[in-house]
Design a protein around this ligand. Structure first.
Ligand SMILES: [Zn+2]
Length: 301
């Protein structure tokens, strides 16, 4: 991260640029965004839509670009957003009740009956084009870091180097009594081997807990502090696939805004911060991110 700041003049205009996405119907664009066909970073064979081109220009001009990702970026990988109605596992239970630290402490057998299924659901999933676009941007020096609310390890699998997992990760489990830690594969083996289906600490026998932030738990202090520093110093914050409704993460874009940076929201569906976004893209997240990486020159060979 360069930590540098640039002026508001980076922004395309004083008005946000919004597109529904995909159909090319720009609803609000009298903002100096390049006309179709004239942008120098238009990529090979395709001309980016005005809002996409404007965002690519912001990214290329910025000294610090940071991404903040949520459940929506993993939907194309086959991981449903549990806030969406009618989506599998979470539909049958109340996650606020079952994936709660109190439920883990009170009834680890029931907790692991549920979380074991979640492990099985997440473990085999692979990154999609949106994850890969962020890796390409990082490798080209166009992205400083990814902050994610997701615990699914897909940014890791894709190859993101600077990654802040503010809600933890399923990559490991820990014993709350003695602090012993085991990797996901061993946790799953312990779970399968236990007669009650409770993975237990080899050292002390207590049930181990996935290293994810359960409901009722605080976010890891160091990860949150790092995320806040990144957002404060970002010239451009790309909010990708997040409904921006879960605090304290939902407050991170405001840190960027208050420090004079630009906010781009690349998410299907409304967010509480749409009104203050500099650029809003609402198409398929994988297609939008591939388009951005291409328009920004991250995919050039
Ligand atoms: Zn232990």
């Amino acid at each position: 991260m360069t930590g540098g700041r640039v002026s508001h003049s980076l922004r395309p205009c004083n008005h946000s640029i919004t597109e529904a996405g995909g159909d090319g119907n720009t609803r609000s664009d009298d903002c100096g965004a390049p006309a179709a066909g004239t942008h120098p970073t238009a990529g090979v064979g395709r001309t980016p839509r005005p809002a996409l081109a404007a965002l690519a220009r912001l990214v290329r001009s910025a000294r610090s670009v940071v991404a903040l990702t949520g459940a929506g970026i993993s939907v194309p990988s086959g991981i449903p957003d549990f806030r969406s109605p009618g989506t599998g596992l979470w539909e049958k239970v109340d996650p606020m009740e079952l994936a709660h630290i109190d439920a883990f402490r009170r009834d680890p057998e029931r907790f692991w009956g549920f979380y074991g299924q979640r492990f099985a659901t997440l473990d085999g999933k692979q990154p999609n084009d949106a994850h890969r676009a962020l890796v390409a941007m990082e490798q080209r020096g166009l992205l400083d870091a990814v902050i994610t609310q997701n615990v699914d390890m897909l940014h890791r699998k894709a190859g993101t180097r600077e990654l802040v997992e503010v809600h933890g990760s399923i990559a490991s489990c820990s014993c709350l009594r003695c602090g012993a830690s085991v990797a996901l594969a061993e946790a799953r083996a312990l779970l399968d081997a236990d007669p009650q289906g409770i993975p237990r600490c080899r050292a002390c026998g207590d049930p181990i807990k996935p290293d994810v932030v359960l409901f009722g738990e605080m976010l890891p202090v160091h990860a949150l502090a790092r995320a806040q520093r990144l957002c404060e110093s970002a010239d451009v914050l790309l909010c990708i696939g997040s409904s921006l409704e879960v605090h304290p993460v939902a407050g991170l874009p405001l840190l960027t805004r208050e420090a004079g940076g630009a906010i781009a929201i690349i998410t299907q569906g409304p967010t509480p911060l749409d009104a203050i976004a500099d650029v809003r893209l609402g198409g398929d997240v994988a297609a939008e991110m591939q388009g951005l990486a291409e328009a920004a020159g991250a995919l050039d060979v």
